[in-house]
Structure formats: C-alpha cells, structure tokens
Design a protein around this ligand. Structure first.
Ligand code: B3K
Ligand code: ZN
Length: 855
C-alpha cells in the first residue's frame, strides 16, 4: 500500500476559495452538485486533481460548459481535469447512497438521520474535492429533503434561507463565512428535537445554542448544555477566545466511529458523550460528556480558526485541545483527581503504545492510513508536551505564547513547529532541545539515585535518562525533561521547597546543601514529564510519602509504587512485607482531611495491565493471582473499615456535586474490598446496593463487583439489568461491557456467547467496543492460555473489516503486543495476526496495523 511521508509535503497546486454544495437528500440515493471556484496556486501547469473515493462523475463542467472527454480522467478514485487558465469555475455532479455506507465516513444514515463525518478523509466520499487540510474554502450549502422524514436541516455556519418544495419536500441554505478545510464540513438531516439556550459572549454578542437529539432523549441533554456554556465562558477567561458565529449546534447520533467531531458551528457527537441522566449515566459518563463537549468546543480555536497544514501535524490541534479540556475539567472539579485520572489513562494507553510495534512520534514521519493515527500518542502524549511547555514557561508567559500563536496563525493551516516557535517568542525561552519530544518516539526512562554525604551535609541526586529504541528509530538523543522535585526532611516531615530540575543530558547530577540527615525524594511531582522514573527509595520512604507528600499526585504515586513493589515481589515469588500497604491504605481511608475521591484513587490497586508493564515478560495468570490475593487480604484485614465506609457514604438523594461524586467513588471501592474480603454477606451487600441505588454509578459498580464472582446474585443482577435496559442502547452497552471486563474464570466463553447474543451487532461501534474492546483490555481473560481470546478478537476484526475498517483497525493493537508475552502466547497471537493478513480484500486500515504488528 501507498505510504505518505511528511518530508514529501508540497503546497496545493490549486486553491478553492469558494464552494457551493447542493444536496438532494435521500437515504438510498443522494445527488450532490458541487460548484468550486478554483485558482492556480503558483506558476505551474499541473492539472486540477480532485480527490474522490467511490465516486463517479455524472456531469463535469468548467466555466459552465461540459468538459471534453480528453480533458479529464480518473486516477485511483480522483478526478483529474486539465485547465487552461489560472481561475475557473468547476462543477461536478455525483450520486451517493448514505444508507449503504457502513464505514460511517462521508454521508451516512444512522437511526433515521442523515449525517456526515469527514475527518480525516471522508469528504472525498461525498464530492470531488482537494481533500487536504491546507485547502480552505468558504462554504455555501443548500439541502433539499423530504419534509416528513427530515424536518430539520443543519449545516455549518449560519442559516440564511429556507423554503417549501413540491412533493412534500423542503430546502434550507446555510453559509459559513469562515474559510475551512473540508474535513470540518458537516450536514445533518432528520427528525430532531432541540434543547435551545443562549450564551452572551464577552463582547456582548448573543449566540443561539442548540443540542439536537431524538425527542425522547431531550431530558438527557441538560448536562451537555451546562458543559457547553461553561466551556464557552472558560475559553474566554483562560485563553481570551470568544465564539465567532451566531449559532452553535450539537447533534447526537447513535452510530459513530469515535467520540465526537468539531465541525465548524455544527459539532456531531456520539450520543454517549451527550446524553446523561442519573438513571443511566455513571459519574464517569457525566465527566466524559463534560470533557468531550469542552474538547470539541475548544477546537473552534485550536483546530478550526487555526487548523493543521497536513495530517502529520494532527497533534497541533489534538494535543493542545486535550490539554485545554483537561485543564477545563480540572477547574470544574478537582485538580488532584483529574491529574491522577489523566496519568492513569496515559499509562494504560499511551505508554503501552509507545513500547510496542505501533510506537510513533507525536509528529509522525509517515502513514499508510491516517485514521490509524488518532492515537493516544497524538492526543495524550501530545497534551503532555503542551503541559511541559506550560510548566517551563509559567502561566503568564504561556498565555503570551498562545496569544501570539492564535493571532499569528488565525485563518491559517499551521504546523507543530509554528506552535513551538510561538511559545519560544511569546514565552521568551529556548525550546531547541525540547523539539525532540515531537520527533522521538518511546517513553524516556529516568533513573534517580539520591546519595547523602553526612560529612559535607549534602545530598546528590544523580539522574540518568535513556529513550528506548522504537520502530525506525534505533538510536535516541537525550531529551529535555522537566522534573518537579522536592526533598522532605525525614524528622519534621517538612518539604524544604519545590524545584523544577531540567534534565537535559544523558547523565546529570544535582547537589543540595544543608542536609544532616538523608532526605526523602519526591520526584516528577504532578507528573511533570511523561516518563518512567525508577528510584532507589525504600518501602519506608514510599510509606512516608504516601502519608506526607504535599503534592497529591506524588502522594498517590508513592502509594501505587508501594503496592507495585509488593505485587511484583509476590509475582516473582519473593516474600514482601504487605503490612506497609495495608497500613498505608488504612491511613488514607481514615484521614478525615483527604478528599474521598482522592482516597478512592489512592487505595485502589494498580491494574493488571500496569503490573504487566513492570515485568520483562508479562505473566497474566501470576499477575491476576497476586493482585487478587492482595485484594482479598486488604478486604479481610480491613473489613470493618469497608463496612463502615460503605454505610457512611450512603446518600439520601442524588446530587452531582464533587462531594457526592467523591462519596460514590469511595463507596464503590469499599464495596469492592468488602466483596473481596470473602465475607459471606458480600454478594448480599452488593446486590442490596444494586437494587437500592438511585443512580447508575452505584448500580453499575455493584453489578461489576457481582460479575467478578460466581454467586447466585450475579445472574439475578445481570438479568434484572438486561430486562430493565434492553431498549436503551447506551445502557445495554454497559451490560456487555461489564461482563467483558469481569475477573471471572469463564469470561472468554461468556464473551463468545455474547458475540452471538441477539442484541449484539457489528454495525454499531459503541456495541463493538463495549464487548470486544473491553474484552481485549481485560488482560487475564484476553490472554487465556488456550488462545481463544485472540481468536475471538481476530474473528471480530475480520468480520468488522468488511463493514467498518476504521473501527476494526482499533482492535488490532492488543494482538500486536505479542513480544511482551511468553513464547506459547506470542506464537498464538502471531498466528492470529497472520490469519487476518491472509484475508482477501483486507482494508488499508487493518493491513497497516497488522503488518506493522508482525514486524
Ligand atoms: N477530531 C475528531 C477526531 C476525528 C477522528 C477521525 N478518525 C474528534 C476530536 O478529536 O475532537
Ligand atoms: Zn480533538
């Protein structure tokens, strides 16, 4: 397959300042008439090339006249037209079939709606166009459709005109005054109800806000609307960025390949990131809605007003926008807990990616299929890069840098280099070496060794960094790594001051004076750099920090490291003192000054996958056994504490405040430990919580706790849940997901059965992720020694690839990590990858991921 390289970038041959689109909408056959004003870009005689994917030109006109047959041709889907002059009007007519579009890219049908998804290269499935982000156009869109089936017609920008047509049809025209790349084009037609609101911007302009859903879902849109208004106010306050159109619309659709899409003025969302009510949404779902609404809204500046020059710059908009939504969510809730959650996600998704066959830099050098590069590296590691720059610059200079970036590049298609340069100039800092973060893949390892010299009364911190080799990058250069560091006095427990140490060499020492006794090291506080730190700290030091560190992330981290050491010891068959862990958990869980949400994070055992990452060869069974045994011991030894917390955190009425959310989070953790204790009434207590809960957070947690066991209550709860929510797709996803995630000896067989369940379908990406995505993330079950888990996922990839390659390709990475496992498992995983590759007609998406995984 064709490989696209960053170094091959050339400016577009032709520009399209204006485009008028005329849609005659129909689910079976939609006609798209496009009128492009094109201008030659530079002095050349190359023809106009309009990308197309599965399109046939029914008409081609230049300056109003049909084009002679010898002046146009087709080249792998694209329409090539020879043009004599520098400026022309080009018209094309095509017919497409939205209802047959199972890829969910381009114009497609979902639950009676017609909607679009164009990023990255879906627009070429709608009409012939130079489908690249550096071609910016003003859009005028006319839609005509059956009025009964599609009473609402939406597109980007502002509505300008509408009217009636014969035969029960109607039409509407929308204009978007802001030039944009075609990946931001959108339209929606359907029978939708609107939650309407308004927002007055900082300069006093009134914006009409609309969240469009099925009539029955209207009551579930209040949280999203609140999140939208909060996001608009936050971007004004924190970045000085105001909204720029008179309307802002959001539409929720049931079948969507990912979370949501930031189309100018018309965001289209996976309904799971819009709809929320206490009956069906967990607190995590509520936070997801808030975070994704904010993310898409923030793209209006970081993505739309300033867009990307080419897809290698994807992190320019995604990393920055994730950073912005993370800080927004932190401001809406708890900074400490949000940081812990974000690091947990980074480690689970990005660190794994960075250490496997699909590792790539934040600014990649090449791709076969760009859809495969919407990764945790581009998004989450990209956000960490922005965070490091913000830390090094400090808030004022960072804001000066972002102001310069937005002002300088407004209306342009920019690069990551443009962003870094704006930070350098606006922030008056040299980021020369820092740029390596965009170039080099792999998670840096930092070894930190603290030695004390009692005679000189000094301590020396020796730091050594290595960046592991990754595909195509065998050798690495030292990075610029900002490490927030503090030293604690062991006697007074006092922090003698935070410092930002810049590690820029392979090996570097820092000396601190005035220490009669050896201090305790707190390093990478707040997770200031996305690196793996190894230290020579004792379990006693970690226990100290888990009780006294005044940086909440570092305190959490000390606690986790304490647990990791015990578990890794246990897995390796060494006797390790577990009492320190039990004591640290008791301390945290009984400290009245700590936020319950923080406590719940801190006392939770590291995930099985994270433990796997600490081992040279992952042993899923030993990891599960060790973690399970420690969990049971914590449960049993602290049983009265878990009962007490569980009873004490019971609320009288549902609230969505941070306090109420924190209480539920801690309550669910207490239930987990209580069930693990082996107490005979464990299943009864869990079933009680399941039955009495007035919210999904507690109901689903109780279900998950029961699903891990083999009690009679397990079946009862699963049946009740199914019967109650069988008609609510988003909630039924939780029923599939909970079983796929369960620590149950038969999970692999249950997943096979669930794949044949009448409510399972490959046509809905949420359902596929709920079952197979969740299962592939369940290390113990997925890596069942029989290899059956691998076969199930490979079968799913093969079947799904025929319908929806983009979503199929997202299931490949778990199979690609075979090098991390013992040879029998590795051989089984490779065999499944090879079987997939033999499939005739395999998509570019899956081919790229599988072939890279086999290298
Ligand atoms: N920009 C979109 C992602 C598009 C993914 C295309 N495969 C959503 C977002 O990141 O906001
Ligand atoms: Zn985004």
């Amino acid at each position: 397959p064709h490989v696209v390289r960053r170094e091959d970038y050339r400016p577009p041959d032709w520009l399209v300042p204006d485009i008028a689109l005329d849609f005659d909408l129909d689910a079976a056959a939609t006609r798209v008439h496009a009128t492009l004003s094109v201008t030659r870009n530079g002095d050349h005689d190359r023809p106009l090339k309009l990308d197309g994917d599965g399109l046939l030109p029914l008409e081609i006109r230049v300056d109003g006249n049909p084009v002679a047959a010898d002046l146009w041709s087709m080249d792998s889907g694209a329409l090539v037209i020879a043009l004599p002059d520098a400026v022309h009007i080009v018209e094309t007519l095509v017919e497409i079939a939205p209802q047959d579009n199972s890829k969910l890219m381009g114009l497609y049908a979902s639950g009676g709606l017609l909607c679009t998804q164009c990023e990255a290269e879906g627009f070429r499935r709608i009409t012939f166009f130079p489908d690249r982000p550096d071609v910016l156009s003003r859009y005028s869109v006319r839609m005509a459709a059956d009025k009964a089936l599609y009473p609402v017609l939406l597109a980007n920008g502002d509505p300008v005109e509408q009217g009636e047509l014969p035969g029960g049809r109607h039409w509407a025209r929308w204009n978007d005054p802001f030039p944009k790349p075609c990946y931001l084009f959108a339209l929606v037609a359907g029978d939708l109800a609107c939650n309407a609101d308004r927002f007055v911007t900082m300069s006093g302009r009134e914006v009409q806000l609309g969240i469009w859903v099925r009539e029955a879902d209207l009551p579930r849109t209040a949280h999203a609307m609140q999140a939208l208004r909060n996001s608009m106010a936050w971007d004004e306050r924190v970045y000085g960025r105001e909204y720029d159109l008179d309307v802002f619309n959001i539409v929720a659709v049931a079948d969507f390949n990912f979370g949501a899409m930031e189309n100018k003025g018309l965001n289209i969302f996976n309904s799971r990131y819009i709809l929320a009510d206490p009956e069906t949404a967990t607190d995590i779902d509520y936070d997801g809605v808030e975070g994704v609404v904010a993310h898409e809204y923030f793209h209006n500046w970081s993505g739309n007003r300033v867009t990307c020059r080419d897809w290698f710059q994807l992190s320019l908009k995604e990393g920055f926008t994730v950073f912005r939504d993370q800080n927004f969510s932190a401001d809406m809730g708890s900074h400490a807990v949000k940081r812990i959650e974000d690091v947990r996600i980074l480690r689970a998704a990005q660190f794994q990616e960075d250490s496997g066959p699909l590792a790539h830099p934040v600014r990649p050098e090449s791709y076969m299929e760009i859809s495969n590069f919407y990764t945790a590296t581009i998004y989450n590691k990209g956000a960490e890069l922005i965070r490091m720059m913000a830390l090094m610059l400090g808030p004022e200079r960072f804001r000066a840098g972002t102001d310069l970036y937005f002002d300088r590049h407004d209306g342009e298609a920019a690069t990551c280099e443009d962003f870094v340069r704006a930070m350098e100039e606006g922030g008056e800092i040299d980021l020369g070496q820092f740029r390596l973060w965009y170039e080099q893949a792999g998670t840096p390892h930092v070894r930190a060794l603290l030695t004390h010299d009692p005679v000189a009364r000094s301590v020396t911190l020796l730091l050594e960094q290595t960046v592991p080799p990754t595909p195509g990058q065998p050798e690495k250069r030292p990075m610029a790594i900002p490490l927030r560091t503090a030293l604690f006095d062991p006697e007074t427990g006092e922090n003698r001051g935070d410092e930002l140490l810049m590690l820029t060499e392979a090996r570097q020492s820092f000396t601190f004076q005035g220490w009669t006794a050896a201090p305790i090291l707190s390093i990478n506080r707040g997770f200031s750099a996305p690196v793996i730190v190894e230290t020579n700290r004792s379990q006693a030091d970690l226990a100290f920090l888990s009780a006294h560190d005044d940086d909440p992330f570092a305190r959490y981290e000390a606690m986790q490291q304490l647990m990791v050491n015990v578990l890794v010891g246990r897995i390796g068959g060494q006797a390790v003192d577990e009492d320190a862990v039990i004591a640290a958990i008791r301390n945290a869980a009984t400290d009245p000054l700590l936020d319950p949400a923080f406590v719940a994070e801190a006392i939770r055992l590291p995930s099985e996958a994270y433990l796997g990452d600490q081992m040279a060869v992952v042993d899923p069974d030993a990891i599960h056994a060790a973690r399970d045994a420690l969990q049971r011991r914590i449960g049993a030894e602290l049983e009265p504490l878990w009962r007490d917390i569980h009873a004490r955190t019971r609320a009288n009425a549902f609230a969505l405040s941070s306090v109420a959310k924190g209480a539920r989070k801690l309550r669910n953790t207490a239930l987990l430990y209580l069930a693990a204790s082996g107490a005979v009434d464990g299943p009864t207590v869990a079933f009680g919580q399941f039955s009495e809960a007035d919210n999904m957070t507690e109901r689903q947690a109780a279900l998950a706790t029961l699903a891990n066991g083999t009690s009679a209550e397990r079946e009862a709860a699963l049946d009740i849940f199914y019967n109650r929510y069988r008609d609510d797709a988003l909630t039924l996803d939780k029923w599939f997901q909970t079983q796929a995630f369960a620590f149950h000896p038969d999970t692999v067989d249950l997943v096979e059965e669930l794949g044949r369940h009448k409510d399972f379908t490959l046509t809905n990406p949420n359902r596929v992720r709920a079952l197979y995505g969740a299962f592939a993330g369940n290390q113990w079950a997925f890596h069942h020694p029989s290899g059956k888990g691998y076969r199930l996922v490979a079968d799913c990839i093969i079947a799904l690839d025929k319908l929806n390659p983009q979503t199929a390709a997202r299931l490949v990475p778990p199979l690609g990590r075979w090098k991390r496992f013992d040879e029998p498992r590795a051989a089984l995983m490779r065999a499944e990858l090879q079987r997939i590759l033999l499939e005739p007609g395999l998509s570019k998406d899956v081919t790229e991921q599988v072939s890279k995984s086999l290298e």
